[in-house]
Ligand binder design. Structure first.
Ligand code: CTP
Ligand code: MG
Length: 177
């Protein structure tokens, strides 16, 4: 088994496109909401004003750009390296997971921005993994090994909290979560 430091570095490296896509969606967000302001059958918004086209496209684009830079400058011989499809699925999947979370949040009666501990922090990880598993199953299994997954599940909520507190003080986010 590789050392813990090596596993942490690998885990962060693999997740970087998703880790970038999520906060840059906040930076680029605004404008037309993806649900076009429409309500679901329950009279509540389908997704809410917190999910916009600009956020989705801007966040995905930033994740992909980071991934392409990583592909070019990969310093790790031990990593299989990214594929373009994997980079896209990690970035877009992250925001898709966040959107699916919002859909269920609205159905449960949580208004936009209301806090759902752990779910708000791991929605994008789940989305990135599921989409990547569907689009690049072999790449996924080769790279997301058991200990990498454990490290990501433990460290993501911590990183997410820190990023959102920073975003809140930079006045990019309305809530510090
Ligand atoms: N954002 C966006 N488009 C996305 C994702 C995020 O425009 N696809 C922007 C929105 O301005 C949003 C902010 O990033 O308010 C924070 O994102 P998030 O915490 O995911 O949304 P919330 O506003 O908290 O809404 P929800 O309760 O649905 O999670
Ligand atoms: Mg939120």
């Amino acid at each position: 088994m590789a050392g813990i430091t090596e596993i942490i570095i690998q885990a962060m490296w693999l997740m970087l496109p998703a880790y970038i896509a999520n906060p840059t969606a906040v930076v680029f967000g605004g404008g037309t909401p993806i649900d076009f302001g429409k309500n679901w059958k329950d009279g509540k918004r389908i997704l809410g004003d917190g999910k916009t086209f600009r956020g989705l496209v801007g966040g995905t684009a930033c994740g992909v750009i980071i991934g392409i830079i990583q592909m070019k400058y990969a310093p790790f011989g031990f990593l299989g390296g990214f594929t373009l499809l994997a980079i896209f699925s990690l970035s877009f999947g992250a925001l898709l997971g966040d959107m699916i979370k919002s859909f269920f949040k609205r159905r449960l009666g949580f208004n936009r921005g209301m806090k759902m501990p752990l779910i708000d922090q791991l929605d994008f990880v789940a989305g990135a993994w599921v989409l990547t598993y569907l689009l690049e199953p072999e790449w996924f299994s080769a790279n997301f090994t058991f200990w990498i997954i454990v490290v990501i599940l433990v460290l993501t909520p911590v990183l997410h909290r820190l990023t959102n507190i920073a975003g809140y003080y930079m006045k990019l986010k309305k809530e510090p979560w």
